[in-house]
Design a protein around this ligand. Structure first.
Ligand SMILES: [Zn+2]
Length: 393
């Protein structure tokens, strides 16, 4: 492992550092640890990067500097709006819990970004999803089950590739050619080398879905709605996060429940706001340190400045952050309340009964993050857990 240290070419506000740090992992394969520290001399932070692989220091620094410049260009910061604030709660536990979760067998790690939940973690997972399902039912959202695979065409229509190309997980199959398949089987038997997949795989027409709600927009595409649509679904979602993947907070393969609304734009906006009320009731029953604030999506760097400004200033995305006490005041985004205005209605040609482009909104819960934040705030000793949970799990 090598280390590279240099002074940032730009000043970077402390509030933006985490977002930028996450982006920098995509500068080059093999980056392991990226850290910003304030340098006394000027207000440009010192950047320290640990990395593996064949790249010269000069080339690596150049790649990182280029990303920082793109990120900083035209970035406009908007004051964040706080809707609910429970940051005065004092968590029971302050210590890092992940090593203990592994040791006790509550979490099994395969490799970074892929885990199995076991024992109490699994029970907590079911508890939280059960709570979200109740919230969905109270909002009259009917359950639906979507496939994991989603068409490249669907994501193209949703403009996903332009915004989040770095997260994509491709799913393809071998060409339907018996000779080629037989030849590859023999090759496998001999050398176990999966590297030659590239010679026999079919062009990619599907990817592992990065979110849940696109499936619904696809189903409704070209339709005229006679009423507001309310559905809920849970699905494995896939977002490749490079060096950012850690604990249960950033998984490559995770589970998300969404409550999705499609209809008149102002009505679906109101519904995703209404969803905050029962979510905060749950937070309060569990006495979790948290808050809801305006947020922006982690767009790829070229789009970052414009999109972030748009989202923050239009209040199209709110996030519930559950505190992770071992990281101080930082939290994990465990739920988001998104209003896409008529963006997907227009892309997927969905219209309302009044012949308007439909609005869409969704409330999304990252279930593993709830489990992790809960355990981070309460620790592993069940005697300390809130009664609402132990009565209902
Ligand atoms: Zn969604």
């Amino acid at each position: 492992m090598a280390t590279l240290e240099f002074v940032s070419p730009k000043k970077i506000k402390p509030t933006l550092r985490k977002t930028l740090e996450d982006k920098l992992y995509y500068a080059h394969k093999g980056l392991k640890n990226i850290e910003f520290t304030d340098s006394e001399a000027n207000r440009k932070p010192l950047i320290k990067v640990e990395y593996e692989g064949e790249i010269s220091e000069v080339d690596l620094q150049e790649k990182i500097v280029e990303l920082i410049k793109k990120f900083a260009r035209g970035f406009m910061e908007v004051e964040k709006e706080i809707l609910y604030d429970r940051r005065d709660q004092i968590p029971f536990n302050q210590k890092e819990i992940y090593p203990a979760l592994i040791k006790k067998g509550w979490i099994h790690e395969y490799e970074t970004g892929r885990v199995a939940l076991d024992g109490p973690s699994m029970r907590l997972y079911n508890f939280f999803d059960g709570q979200f399902l109740k919230i969905a039912a109270a909002m009259e959202a009917k359950p639906i089950r979507f496939p994991v695979l989603i068409g490249v065409d669907t994501l193209k229509t949703a403009d996903y590739f332009a915004s989040f190309p770095h997260h994509i997980t491709l799913a393809t199959h071998l060409v339907e050619d018996a000779n080629k398949i037989q030849a590859s089987a023999e090759k496998f038997a001999q050398d176990q080398d999966p590297g030659h997949f590239s010679e026999i795989e079919e062009a990619t027409e599907h990817v592992c879905s990065p979110a849940v709600c696109f499936h619904l927009y696809q189903l409704l595409s070209g339709k005229k709605l006679d009423q507001l649509i309310r559905r809920t679904a849970i699905s494995n979602c896939f977002r490749y996060e490079s060096g950012n993947m850690n604990t249960l907070e950033r998984l490559w393969d995770f589970n998300m429940r969404e409550i999705i609304f499609v209809g008149e734009s102002d009505k679906v906006d109101q519904l995703r706001r209404d969803a905050m009320v029962p979510v905060m009731e749950l937070v309060d029953k569990l006495k979790l340190k948290s808050h809801i604030e305006t947020a922006s999506d982690p767009f790829f760097v070229n789009n970052y400045a414009g999109q972030t400004f748009y989202q923050l200033s239009h209040r199209t995305k709110y996030e519930l952050l559950l505190n992770i006490p071992s990281r101080g005041e930082e939290g994990t985004a465990a739920a988001s309340f998104n209003w896409h205005q008529n963006f997907f209605g227009s892309k997927f040609k969905i219209t309302t009964s009044q012949n308007q482009e439909a609005g869409t909104a969704c409330t999304a819960f990252g279930i593993e993050r709830w489990v992790y934040a809960f355990l981070s705030q309460y620790g592993l000793e069940k005697a300390n857990w809130p009664q609402y949970l132990t009565d209902n799990w």
